[in-house]
Structure formats: structure tokens, C-alpha cells
Ligand binder design. Structure first.
Ligand code: ASP
Length: 423
């Protein structure tokens, strides 16, 4: 890892801790309103990150196809990535179920003092508009096909952009001569987007500092304390899963945990402070490509796909939250119902968007599947933003480890190059 990356990791760590301390200071001194003066700095940081997502994902996926040289190689990579996403998501949910059943955070919880909040009208509407499990999953698959690629780019629909880039890439592989101008253009676009990402990265310490001050100064400690057992169950489950992922990463990459953590410090801390895998994506791509020593082509493909559909932290959180709500309402769940929660939590995480609070909305799928009251979401609403920070960090870490795993499985595989009909 380069010396500059180490310095950057240190600076970002300091920014996070300083933001945390100052945010708490403002909260306890009742001066949280001052944050409004610096909040625009965080907004600028997040908007700049979002600005690079579309050109970066579009050009990276396309170029990874060109560099892989064959649709079969991409297919093999895709299958490995999806296999990894599936297995780790299932394990995450299992870990969540084990902890929530041992800790039983909802048993005896007093619904009144536990911070039960009425869902405000926009939240209630989003929850009620959430489709059922079948429609959600089928919807994700059908919606992945863009009817208008320009619309997909304009709306930052990452899954649609990925699919369009793949189709475009396949055509370019079959007709290299006629596509050469586009390939060159995409190469430049990718290079420029990555350069821009590195520039935006320089603002990360300021952005992260302000984001932490903002979140902490609004942290609502009363709710955190009254829901502490539930928070503990989620955080300990996420920690266990992160350790499990770290072990996989170390075994597959033959690198130390410290090396991996330092290399990924910027995206992990950004995920923690923004609660958005999507906004973090440019930094995740830059850090994995620069610091982990994996193939750039693997990172370019596995990370955007993972940011959209691989959410171990969200899946774990959804299983804990559903059982917590059942416990709090005194509803006994049979093993069969827990199995349904296990399956729906895994799938609901795929349907969750990579933005703050998305996991809370898809919770309604899990609750609906076993007939738990949707109002139960009001019970956990107060601490959702707080827990979102932890689950998003695990989501992003899961994507990075996926890159290491897929890369180690791909190396040594050879694929026959596409035979073009161009002469
Ligand atoms: N905020 C999470 C993410 O962006 C999704 C969630 O709400 O769980 O990864």
C-alpha cells in the first residue's frame, strides 16, 4: 500500500473520531442547531461522490468486459460473484437469528418507553407501497433491463447501467474494429472518472468530519438507551459477521487483517458516515483497485454489482429487527416462521436500494411474510439511522471481500477469446 494511502487512512480516522466527539458535545450542550452552518460541506462531499458514480460504473463495467476479452469470462465471474453474495448473505442472516434468539432483546420491552414512534405520513406511504417478496424480486430482475439507457444514466439506476454496459461490451468484443472509437472513448471516460474520484477523495476528511458531527448531534440518546439491548444484538451480530468476512479475506488474499483494514479505511469510514453503499461506491472502487492488489477488472465488475444487490449487513439487521418486533409484541414465532424470516430477510436485502434507510422500508416484506404488525417499524425507527451506519459498513466490506474471493477463484482460469467476424 502506498505511503499516501496510509496517511489518508490516518487522517480519515482522526476526522471520524473528532466529528464523533464534537457531535456528541453539541448534542449534550443543546447546540445541535449550529451544525446547519457546516452541513453544506457534507452535502457537497456526497453530491460530488454521486456525481462520479454514473460515468465510473458505466465505463468500468464496459472496460472490464473488454479487458476480460470474452463473455464466458464475465459469465464465470458473474456466477462466482453471485454464489459468494448468496452464501455470505445466508450466513449473515443465520448469525443475526442466533444472536437475537440468545439475547432476546424484545422480551419484556416496554413499547412506550422503547421509543415507539408513529410512522410519519411519507414513511407510512413508502412502507405501504413496498411490494411483496415475489413482486420485489421479480421486479428487481425485470427492472434491471433498461428501456432507455440514457434514462438509466440520468436516473443513476446502477443495475440498469451495469446491464447496458455488459450488452454494449459484448457487442464491442464481437465487432472490435467498428467499436474501436467507443472503446477508446470509454477508456478515457474511465480514466477521467477515476481521476475525479481521487480528487473527491481529498475532501473525504472534511466530509466525514461534518457527517459525523451532524449524525451525532442528532443522535437521540434516550432512544439509543431504551433500545440498547436491540442495538447490542444488531451490532454484535454485525461484528461477528465482519470477523467472519475478514477471515475469508485473509485466507484468500494471504494478507493481514491490518493490511486489509488500512487499505479499505476510506470506503469503510465513508460508508459508516454516509450510510450509503451507492455514494461510497467510487471510493470503494478506488481503494480496492489501488490498495488490495486484486485484479482491477474483477473489482470493476464485482463492486458495482455487489453495491446494488449484496447487502449482508442489511440482511442480518432485517432478521434481528423482525424477531425483535415479534418479541416486543409478545408474539411467539414458530420455527417455520423463523425459516420464512430467514428466507425473506435474505431476499429483502437484495431488493433494498443502496441508500440510507432503504433496509427499513424492505423490512415490511419480512414482517408481512409472517404476519407481524407493520407498525412495529415505528418501534425501531428512532435508532435506524444509527444502525444503518453499522450495517452499511458491513455491506461495503462484504463487497470488497467478494472482490478478493472472486479474484482468487478467477486467477489461472483461461478463456477462449471471442472470434470476431470482422477482418
Ligand atoms: N443504507 C444501506 C446501504 O446503503 C441499505 C440499508 O438501509 O440497509 O447499504
Amino acid at each position: 500500500m502506498q505511503e499516501s494511502s496510509k496517511k489518508e487512512a490516518k487522517l480519515i480516522g482522526i476526522a471520524m473520531i473528532a466529528g464523533l466527539a464534537i457531535g456528541l458535545g453539541l448534542y449534550f450542550s443543546g447546540s445541535a442547531h449550529y451544525v446547519a452552518y457546516i452541513k453544506p460541506l457534507a452535502d457537497i462531499f456526497i453530491r460530488l461522490l454521486k456525481m462520479v458514480i454514473v460515468p465510473l460504473v458505466f465505463s468500468s463495467i464496459f472496460m472490464s468486459m473488454i479487458n476480460l476479452g470474452t463473455p464466458e469470462a464475465l459469465g464465470a465471474m458473474g456466477r462466482k460473484a453471485v454464489g459468494y453474495y448468496f452464501i455470505t448473505t445466508v450466513i449473515a442472516v443465520l448469525i443475526g437469528l442466533i444472536f437475537v434468539n440468545i439475547i432476546q432483546p424484545g422480551v419484556g420491552a416496554d413499547l412506550g418507553s422503547a421509543g415507539l414512534q408513529n410512522l410519519d405520513s411519507s414513511m407510512a406511504q413508502r412502507v405501504s407501497e413496498q411490494k411483496g417478496l415475489f413482486q420485489t424480486i421479480i421486479g428487481v430482475l425485470v427492472d434491471a433491463i433498461p428501456t432507455n439507457p440514457v434514462g438509466a444514466l440520468a436516473n443513476s439506476n446502477v443495475l440498469q447501467i451495469i446491464l447496458f454496459s455488459i450488452f454494449f461490451g459484448i457487442v464491442a468484443l464481437y465487432y472490435p474494429k467498428r467499436s474501436s472509437a467507443i472503446v477508446e472513448g470509454m477508456r478515457s471516460l474511465e480514466h477521467m472518472s477515476l481521476t475525479l474520484t481521487h480528487w473527491v477523495m481529498k475532501l473525504a476528511p472534511i466530509g466525514i468530519f461534518v457527517l459525523m458531527v451532524d449524525v451525532m448531534s442528532r443522535s437521540g440518546f434516550d432512544a439509543i438507551i431504551s433500545l440498547s439491548k436491540y442495538i447490542f444484538a444488531v451490532v454484535i451480530g454485525l461484528t461477528c459477521h465482519a470477523i467472519f468476512l475478514m477471515v475469508i479475506a485473509c485466507v484468500r488474499s494471504k494478507k493481514s487483517p491490518m493490511f486489509i483494514l488500512k487499505g479499505l479505511a476510506t470506503p469503510l469510514i465513508t460508508a459508516f458516515s454516509t450510510s450509503s453503499s451507492a455514494a461510497t461506491l467510487p471510493l470503494t472502487m478506488a481503494a480496492v483497485e489501488d490498495n488490495l492488489g486484486v485484479s482491477k477488472d474483477t473489482a470493476k465488475f464485482v463492486l458495482p454489482l455487489g453495491a446494488t444487490i449484496n447487502m449482508d449487513g442489511t440482511a442480518l439487521y432485517e432478521s434481528v429487527a423482525a424477531i425483535f418486533i415479534a418479541q416486543a409484541y409478545g408474539i411467539d414465532l414458530s420455527i417455520g416462521q423463523q425459516v420464512i424470516i430467514f428466507m425473506t430477510a435474505s431476499l429483502a436485502a437484495i431488493g433494498a436500494a443502496a441508500i440510507p434507510g432503504a433496509g427499513l422500508i424492505t423490512m415490511s416484506i419480512v414482517l408481512g411474510a409472517v404476519g407481524l404488525p407493520l407498525e412495529g417499524i415505528g418501534l425501531i425507527l428512532a435508532v435506524d439511522r444509527f444502525l444503518d451506519m453499522f450495517r452499511t459498513t458491513v455491506n461495503v466490506f462484504g463487497d470488497c471481500v467478494g472482490t478478493i474471493v472472486v479474484d482468487s477463484m478467477m486467477s489461472g482460469q483461461t478463456f477462449k477469446k471471442v472470434e470476431s467476424d470482422e477482418t
